[in-house]
Design a protein around this ligand. Structure first.
Ligand SMILES: [Zn+2]
Length: 183
C-alpha cells in the first residue's frame, strides 16, 4: 500500500472504517481531538474520568508503565530543580517537615528501631568505631550512608554492621530506597 498525503500534508496509510469509508488522516484526527479537548475542558475531563472508571485495569497499567519509563528522567529533573533552586527547595522541605512532624518523627523512630534491632549484640567496640568512621566520612564528603542489604527490605533484612554499609550520593540512595524500601 502506498502512503497518502492528506490536505495538510501529513503522510499516512489510508484505512477504511466499518462503513467502508476512508478514515481521516491520524495526525489530523489527533490535532482535531486536541483542539476539541482544549475548548471543551469540562466535557473532556468528564469523558476521561468515565473512561478511567470503565477501564480501571488498563488505566492502572498505563500509569504504572508511564511511571516506570519516566522514572529516571523525573528523578533527574527533580534533582536538577533542587540544585538550581536550593532556597526554594529548603523552604519546601522545611514546610513539609513542619506540616508532617508526626510522620517525620515516626519515620525517624522506625528507622532507629530497625537499626537497633538489626545491630547484632556481638559487634565489638572496633566495629562500632568503624561504623562511626563511615558516618563521619559521609558527612565530610556530603554523601549518605547506604545499607547494601536494606534493614527493612521486603524479602531480606540486612544488618547494621560495617560491612553492610557504603557511601552513596544522596540522589542514588533516594532512588534505591524507592525501589527496595531500604533504609
Ligand atoms: Zn493530516
Amino acid at each position: 500500500m502506498e502512503p497518502k498525503l492528506c490536505k495538510k500534508g501529513h503522510s499516512y496509510f489510508p484505512v477504511l472504517n466499518a462503513k467502508g469509508k476512508l478514515k481521516e488522516c491520524p495526525e489530523c484526527n489527533r490535532v482535531r481531538a486536541r483542539a476539541w479537548n482544549a475548548s471543551n475542558k469540562e466535557r473532556h475531563r468528564a469523558r476521561s474520568k468515565k473512561w478511567v472508571e470503565n477501564n480501571r485495569e488498563r488505566h492502572l497499567a498505563k500509569v504504572a508503565s508511564d511511571y516506570a519509563s519516566n522514572r529516571k528522567e523525573r528523578i533527574a529533573k527533580t534533582i536538577a530543580w533542587q540544585r538550581a533552586n536550593p532556597d526554594k527547595y529548603n523552604a519546601k522541605q522545611r514546610a513539609w517537615c513542619k506540616a508532617n512532624l508526626g510522620k517525620m518523627n515516626a519515620k525517624t523512630a522506625k528507622r532507629h528501631a530497625a537499626k537497633m534491632q538489626r545491630t547484632p549484640k556481638w559487634l565489638t567496640n572496633q566495629h562500632y568505631e568503624q561504623i562511626k568512621e563511615i558516618y563521619l566520612s559521609a558527612n565530610a564528603l556530603g554523601l549518605t550512608v547506604d545499607h547494601i542489604v536494606p534493614l527493612q527490605g521486603a524479602n531480606v533484612s540486612g544488618l547494621h554492621v560495617p560491612w553492610n554499609l557504603r557511601l552513596l550520593p544522596a540522589s542514588i540512595n533516594y532512588a534505591k530506597g524507592n525501589k527496595t524500601g531500604g533504609v
